[in-house]
Design a protein around this ligand. Structure first.
Ligand code: GLA
Length: 379
């Protein structure tokens, strides 16, 4: 597909084709930037890059999704407010070069089927695919965790969107039929098999994440404020990752009502991830599903990042036979829910949830039945 598009636009075959997946997060939401734990899985929806070298320093890039082209020189690589879709590649290229990896000009076509602005990390997939593309085209030897950090840096420092490390990490290092358990403090990780007759069903509310960025920044600040206040009453912590649920009970007077709820989400969510990994490894999918449900309630009530649409989708899911667990996934304020559904119930689930959503809100949900897939750098 992407090769064909490349041939059409540049009249030749690409030298290199790479791809990076989007993701769902099974549990561990809004914990990554608190040095906590996450359990995402890469999905079988990808951003692909095809390209070949040029002998100069010019980049000519075409986006099949935006049906738009842009051109820039590596020697004058600035943020582009007209072709915003090109900024991920620009950022990645800039930081690779400033880290001492020399690039050449290139002709590039990219695009894919990760829905945009839906909480499935299409931007992380673009950043990771772009970095992997350069690695292959230039024959660079890059450590996978370096790739993850560089991709995140492009998002934070070049594109200017705050985010933790989860999305880039899973897009690079996901594994087929596995979730990835990541400790966002020391970046140690392990793959956990997703066994059993279950499907990862994603329901897209169709609502773009309007408030996502500003509210994300507010949550980030609130978590830092909570840490400062807990430290001021004597808790020896670096951030919310170091607080356990009992500490929070004892120190709760130190926090305003709102900061207590924000902190409580993060603290209880970290505990849920640890239990979720344990029960998943033991094959106890019922308990795993209960933890997903509890995660949703905590995001809705304590962290307040859900939305009416996401709550309706989750409540519909909870009522369906064969649903083990359902919750919002990603930053919130629109986007998608993730549902763990028994294989034999998946079709009826999709049908009932989309009908119910239409009836309740007059909106159309897109439903994707996904497989856990390999990341861009999977060995
Ligand atoms: C977005 C960010 C991630 C993470 C989630 C919430 O997807 O990019 O780093 O913080 O929100 O869990």
């Amino acid at each position: 597909m992407i090769e064909e598009a490349f041939k059409k636009i540049f009249g030749a075959s690409p030298e290199v084709v790479v791809r990076a997946p989007g993701r769902v997060n099974l549990i561990g939401e809004h914990t990554d930037y608190n040095d906590g734990f996450v359990l995402p899985a890469a999905i079988d929806r990808f951003i692909e890059f095809a390209g070949r070298r040029r002998s100069d320093r010019t980049i000519r890039i075409h986006s099949t999704d935006f049906q738009d082209s842009a051109e820039f020189s590596l020697d004058d690589n600035q943020k582009d407010s007209e072709h915003r879709w090109s900024n991920y590649l620009r950022g990645v290229s800039k930081f690779l070069e400033s880290d001492g990896h020399q690039l050449t000009g290139a002709e590039i076509v990219f695009g894919g089927n990760v829905p945009r602005e839906s909480g499935l990390s299409s931007s992380a997939a673009v950043e990771v695919a772009a970095t992997t593309f350069w690695q292959r085209l230039m024959g660079l030897k890059l450590d996978p965790v370096y790739v993850v950090k560089l991709a995140r840096r492009a998002e934070n420092e070049f594109v200017g969107v705050p985010c933790g490390i989860m999305d880039q990490f899973i897009s690079a290092l996901g594994r087929k039929e596995h979730a990835l358990f990541l400790d966002c403090r020391d970046l140690s990780y392990r793959h956990v098999p997703l066994r059993g007759d279950v499907k990862l069903v994603v329901c897209n509310s169709g609502v773009k994440r309007a408030l996502a960025q500003s509210e994300y920044e507010v949550r980030l600040k609130q978590c830092n404020q909570a840490v400062a206040q807990l430290k001021s009453v004597g808790l020896a912590i670096r951030n919310l990752r170091d607080v356990d649920p009992e500490d929070l009970d004892t120190a709760s007077d130190a926090l305003s009502e709102i900061l207590l709820r924000r902190a409580r989400h993060v603290v209880t969510e970290n505990a849920r991830v640890l239990e979720a990994v344990k029960v998943l490894e033991e094959g106890d999918l019922e308990r795993f599903g209960e933890l997903m449900n509890a995660s949703h309630e905590s995001l809705r009530d304590d962290y307040e990042v859900s939305s009416k649409e996401l709550d309706v989708l989750v409540e519909l899911a909870w009522k369906q036979p064969g649903t083990l667990g359902a919750r919002m996934t990603g930053a919130g304020f629109g986007g998608c829910t993730i549902n763990l559904v028994r294989i034999d119930a998946a079709d009826a689930f999709a049908e009932a949830v989309s009908r119910g959503y239409q009836e309740a809100l007059g909106l159309k949900a897109e439903i994707y039945v996904c497989q856990a897939s390999d990341g861009a750098m999977a060995a």
